[in-house]
Design a protein around this ligand. Structure first.
Ligand SMILES: *Cc1c(COP(=O)(O)O)cnc(C)c1O
Length: 379
């Protein structure tokens, strides 16, 4: 284990991984296996059945936990599978959960359409505006925070929310998918659990769907680990291996996402057809709690829904697609795509206008990205 080495990029390449003891293979093999031979009953080498544990998955869990500065990590078959396990392991029917008001649309759907009918109570709050003390009443069981948010990139003060959570005995979960541990470490700021869609920046190549959670407290880890095995939404070894490969370049990619996004941002800010640009670093809290902001930019395009539809169809380098965080640039309209599962009134009340465009700025040549957007504005 290389976890005693401090540097982020060193951990991304080495943590949780050693040359294979039997062959010397430098990279962790894909242990494409469901079960493990036992010498006698119970005489195994730490692995019995791959739903419970698999060596490739163990390597990824240790690597990602090291990047978040966590003692424990658990990988899942999707970000929402990780979310589902956190709620079902730690929240009971009747408990109150306070959730950010513009969380990922699929998170909202899971809370509102699956877990609420099952008896959990959800309230929604704008943690970037509200005094955390008012948004989180005594008796709250869990606070679910996304910062920066998707798609409006609003930033909340993790440390302030964590203090309030401690005071009322609530657990704080931070979805760190957008920032990644390269730019933001929620556990160090007081969060209890960090959750990721590794589908996005952590894997970074738009070829795997996966999820991850990190936690320091063994008393929280135990029920989460139990449910990972008991419910079984685990990733397969091939997906885990691709993610392990992808995360090695996380720091290098995030630096390029960021420098490209800066160029695109400067272009958008001066364009007459752009009514408003949303960007995390507009907030002083972001500059304090994040060391960078990555490649996500949203903006309001002047004109109606039809103009937005034409704009996203006209880009050539920016591919029209859901998801984000890959090496390739993507573009989408949240109102029609990622956030279409939220009722229109609720969506607009949360500030997601019909003309909102979300960019995931990739690692291509920055001038090509600007040229592509420029021609789409003329289309
Ligand atoms: C994509 C995403 C999720 C859900 O993850 P999946 O891997 O798609 O299940 C959760 N939170 C955020 C911020 C996301 O972008």
């Amino acid at each position: 284990m290389a976890t005693d080495l401090a540097g982020f990029d060193t951990l991304a390449v080495h943590a949780g991984q050693e040359p294979d003891p039997t062959t010397g293979a430098v990279m962790t093999p894909i242990y494409q296996v469901s079960t493990y031979a036992q010498d006698g009953v119970g005489g195994h080498k730490g692995y019995e059945y791959s739903r419970t544990d698999n060596p490739t998955r163990t390597a990824l869990q240790a690597c990602l936990a090291a990047l978040e500065g966590a003692r424990f990590g658990l990988s899942f078959s999707s970000g929402l599978a990780a979310t589902d396990v956190i709620l079902r392991a730690l929240v009971k029917p009747g408990d109150l959960v306070i959730c950010g008001d513009d969380v990922y649309g699929g998170t909202y759907r899971l809370f509102d359409k699956v877990l609420k009918p099952w008896g959990m109570n959800f309230r929604y709050a704008d943690f970037s505006m509200a005094d955390a003390n008012e948004a989180i009443p005594a008796g709250t069981r869990m606070v679910w925070l996304e910062t920066p948010t998707n798609p409006l990139l609003k930033v909340s003060d993790i440390q302030a929310v964590a203090l309030r959570c401690k005071a009322v005995g609530a657990l704080l979960v931070v979805d760190n998918t957008f920032a990644t541990p390269y730019f933001q470490r929620p556990l160090a700021l007081g969060a209890d659990i960090v959750v990721h869609s590794t589908t996005k920046y952590i894997n970074g190549h738009s070829d795997v769907v996966g999820g991850f959670l990190a936690v320091n407290d063994a008393a929280l880890y135990e029920p989460l680990k139990f449910l990972q095995n008991a419910a079984g939404a685990v990733p397969g070894p091939q997906d885990v291996w691709l993610t392990l490969r992808g995360v090695k370049t996380l720091g290098v990619r995030m630096d390029r996402h960021q420098s490209n996004a800066e160029v695109v941002l400067a272009f958008l800010r001066q364009h007459p057809d752009v009514a408003r640009v949303y960007h995390p670093f507009d907030s002083p809290v972001a500059r304090r709690q994040m060391s960078g902001f990555g490649g996500m930019i949203s903006f309001d395009l002047r004109g109606d829904l039809d103009r937005a539809r034409r704009f996203v169809a006209a880009t050539k380098l920016f591919t029209l697609a859901e998801s984000l965080g890959g090496v390739e640039s993507l573009i989408e309209t949240p109102a029609l795509m990622t956030h279409a599962s939220i009722e229109p009134e609720k969506r607009r009340a949360a500030g997601i206008e019909d003309g909102l465009i979300r960019l995931s700025v990739g690692i291509e040549t920055a001038a090509d990205l600007v040229a592509d957007l420029a021609q789409a504005f003329r289309a």
